[in-house]
Design a protein around this ligand. Structure first.
Ligand code: NAI
Length: 339
């Protein structure tokens, strides 16, 4: 068996990040041993931890590493609320122009939820909208945030969603918006989606207003196949959709650009359960499966996913967030045993 080595930038993150990252790395290394693939991890801190050690929230060496490896696996990083440094996540996405946030939301076998058999994908524009970070205090009682929507940003995320739909035989794309109120910005987003949709007559295209979408998702989520949306709506809908299949511990994500990619879960640093061996590493592990596909380690990816699903189907070694009694480490060991 030939051995393949992959250089990957690893940002363990903070809060539950180090726990879910360690679990994911141990599973990937065990799976790699069976298929002849090894990982050369380039480990970096980001956020407050990095600042304490290097005086930089995102060390230059981390930027250089991602430029070199072009692939990163990232745990969550805490962002201070209402002040402090800018989000590390948003900064990295913008710096590397990772315009497509791809988040598959799929039910896991054996998990009893109110909404069985969910299988949808969210394409969230990842670099614009209210996340442009342009805010000003006009005066002490008046704050202003700028919502940036461009033809370029909207068209390329729509193109990603439709290309994916075509390649993976998906039938429907819903563009989610609030163009009844934000007529210019969301109006432009919708025009770009429609422009791309017209090139794919075999795929059904529909438009839903975001507030109605929230209601539709909890009444009849099965009507959605691909959700195509802007940055803020995509962020909120991702958490809502995570809840449909059993919580934030499950849903993976990929931040994709033309030059590089960063794979990370939808969830944040979960300070309420950090350091207690309670975190569910499934979301980061499934993000790592997306990464394995991205680096053409298809067999390793399939083996990890199959082992993960076996553990869920058996239901004996699950974490507490999905109704089990096990800790992060025991769960990881069960997945390794199932490989
Ligand atoms: P959160 O996603 O960290 O947690 C929300 C709830 O879900 C909590 O009850 C938490 O215990 C639970 N949860 C999340 N992940 C879990 C897991 N893997 N296993 C079991 N339970 C899990 O959201 P929150 O509390 O709003 O944010 C905390 C921090 O994370 C903030 O500083 C926020 O800015 C940051 N954040 C970072 C992200 C990233 O690095 N990509 C994404 C989202 C938030």
């Amino acid at each position: 068996m030939s051995t393949r080595t992959h250089k990957i930038t690893l940002i363990a993150g903070d809060g539950i990040g180090p726990e879910v990252s360690a679990a994911t790395v141990s599973i990937l290394e065990a799976a790699g041993k069976q298929t002849g693939c090894t990982f050369d991890w380039h480990r970096y801190d980001a956020g407050a931890d990095a600042f304490a050690k290097t005086g930089e929230y995102i060390p230059k060496a981390l930027y250089n590493s991602i430029e070199d490896t072009r692939v990163a696996l990232k745990g969550p990083v805490t962002t201070p609320i209402g002040g402090g440094f800018s989000s590390i996540n948003v900064t990295l996405r913008k710096k590397f122009d990772l315009y497509s946030n791809f988040r598959p939301v799929k039910s896991l076998p054996g998990l009893k939820t109110k909404f069985p058999d969910i299988d949808m994908v969210i394409f969230r524009e990842n670099t614009e909208d209210l996340y442009s970070g342009v805010e000003v205090m006009i005066n002490p009682d008046l704050a202003q945030s700028f919502k940036i929507i461009t033809t370029k940003g909207s068209t390329r995320i729509a193109q990603s969603a439709f290309d994916y739909a075509k390649k993976h035989n998906r039938k429907k794309v819903h563009a989610i918006h609030k163009a009844n109120i934000m007529k210019l910005s969301d109006g432009l987003f919708l025009r770009c989606c429609k422009f791309v949709a017209d090139k794919f007559p075999e795929i059904t295209y529909a438009e839903h207003i975001v507030d109605n979408t929230c209601m539709q998702l909890v009444m009849n989520p099965w009507q959605y196949d691909i959700i195509l949306t802007e940055n803020l709506y995509g962020d909120i809908l991702s958490d809502l959709c995570s809840g449909l299949i059993g919580g934030l511990g499950l849903v993976p994500g990929a931040n994709l650009g033309t030059e590089c990619a960063i794979f990370e879960a939808v969830h944040g640093s979960a300070p309420d359960i950090a350091g207690q061996d309670k975190a569910n590493p499934t979301a980061l592990l499934q993000s790592a499966v997306l990464m394995l596909h991205h680096i053409d380690e298809t067999d390793t990816a399939d083996n990890v996913q199959t082992a993960l699903e076996k553990v869920y189907a058996e239901g004996k070694t699950l974490t507490r967030d999905v109704g089990g009694q096990s800790g992060t480490k025991a769960f990881a060991e069960a997945v390794i045993a199932a490989l």
